[in-house]
Each structure stands twice: as structure tokens, then as C-alpha cells.
Design a protein around this ligand. Structure first.
Ligand code: G3P
Length: 222
């Protein structure tokens, strides 16, 4: 499977714009992003996002106990078939993941910072796990090395849980995530837009347009 490009945002306008390029395959949200986008009703927001893209849309549980997360997961799952339930990598999160997964509900196990947490997420039956690369970089740890390690372990162990490289902060993170075999890469819209930008593309396009204009003027003058 090729790497899915995902937006880490709850801003509808950003999702609509990225989706219009035809390359957006997923959206991840978290309580911080939903609050930043000012969504008073997360259900309305997630239903809207799920109608824009066919791929996985992650919505995070806010309970901290297993039963609460399980119940929230059932509710999120009822919003749209492509909603992934995000559970944190805690003992309660593992228990909720195990329960939800057994019922066929896809879980994105989040806040992964070590290979052992990723292994536990796979054992609990998570559909994907989210190592946070940027937050490790922030504390002078190599975030992409963790993503690479998890990809290797999952390959060797033949775990079917996917690796979602999260907390990506710049375009090189995205290239590296693809290189080490991440299944999904999620990034803010700012980074998504940077993927397409290149000064030589802008310069080349400017030159082509100017030359075309000269030709039109020269032809009109004849
Ligand atoms: O959504 C989870 C993750 O991508 C958060 O990223 O930049 O807040 O560390 P960040």
C-alpha cells in the first residue's frame, strides 16, 4: 500500500482545499485541533469532514477510563463509517482498543513515543498507531528514527496494524516517513502546502507565461 497523505487539522476550509487537489486521503484531529477550529459541536464537524473525504478520519476519546473510551468509540463510529476512534496508549486505552477492535471498530492508538507502546497497540488490535515524531524531536530525540523502528518491527512481526507518522512539522519529515515505510503521514496544512512549492517551478512557469505572451504580441503585430 502506498503512503496516505493526511491533514492534521479540524479546519474545514483547509480540508476542502487540500481535498480539491485530489491527493488527500485522511484527516486526523485531536481535542486541541477541534478546540482551535472553534467547533462547538464536534459531531457536526466530524460528519462534515467525513463527507469531504472517503479515507480515515480520526476523532479522539476524551474519557480516561476504558469504559468511557469504549462508549465514546461506539458513538464516534456511529457518526460515519470512515471514522477512526483515537485512544491514547495507556492501560485504559489498550483495554478500550481491544474491546472496540473485537467489535470491528477501527482504532488509531495515539500518543505513541516508544517501540514497545507500538507493539502493545498492535497486540490490542489497533487499526493504526500514531508515533509523534515532532514532539520527540522537540526533546532532542530522533522522531523519524522511532517511526522507522516501528515500521521495521511491524514488518518483521507481520503485524497488520498500520503506522501513522504524526506530529510531522516540515516537508523533510514527510519524505522520511515515506522512505521508512509509514502507511500514513499526517501534517498541518502549512506543511501540506509546502510539499508542492518549489522556487524553480514558480520561475519556470513565469518564464513560460512571459514567452507565450511575447509570441501573442508578436503575432498580433504582424
Ligand atoms: O494529531 C496528533 C499530532 O499530529 C500532533 O502534532 O504538532 O501537536 O505535535 P503536534
Amino acid at each position: 500500500m502506498d503512503m496516505i497523505l493526511s491533514l492534521d487539522t479540524a479546519e474545514i476550509s483547509e480540508i476542502e482545499e487540500a481535498a480539491s487537489w485530489g491527493v488527500l486521503g485522511s484527516v486526523t484531529t485531536n481535542p486541541t485541533l477541534i478546540s482551535k477550529a472553534g467547533h462547538a459541536n464536534p459531531e457536526v464537524a466530524i460528519k462534515k469532514i467525513s463527507s469531504i473525504i472517503d479515507g480515515p478520519v480520526s476523532m479522539e476519546c476524551v474519557s480516561t477510563d476504558a469504559d468511557g473510551m469504549y462508549k465514546e468509540g461506539l458513538v464516534y463510529h456511529s457518526w460515519a463509517p470512515n471514522v477512526l476512534v483515537k485512544c491514547p496508549c495507556t492501560p485504559a486505552g489498550l483495554a478500550a482498543t481491544h474491546r472496540l477492535s473485537r467489535e470491528g471498530i477501527k482504532v488509531n492508538m495515539t500518543l505513541i513515543f516508544s517501540p514497545n507502546q507500538a507493539i502493545l497497540s498492535a497486540k490490542a488490535g489497533a487499526w493504526c498507531c500514531s508515533p509523534f515524531a515532532g514532539r520527540l524531536d522537540d526533546i532532542s530525540w530522533d522522531g523519524l528514527a522511532l517511526v522507522a523502528e516501528i515500521c521495521e518491527i511491524f514488518r518483521v512481526q507481520e503485524y497488520t496494524t498500520k503506522v501513522l507518522a504524526a506530529s510531522l512539522r516540515h516537508p523533510v519529515h514527510v519524505m522520511d516517513a515515506a522512505r521508512v515505510g509509514a502507511d500514513i503521514a499526517t501534517m498541518p496544512f502549512k506543511v501540506f502546502k509546502m510539499l508542492v512549492q518549489h522556487p524553480l517551478t514558480d520561475k519556470g512557469l513565469e518564464q513560460f507565461m512571459a514567452d507565450w505572451q511575447h509570441l501573442q504580441e508578436a503575432t498580433a503585430a504582424k
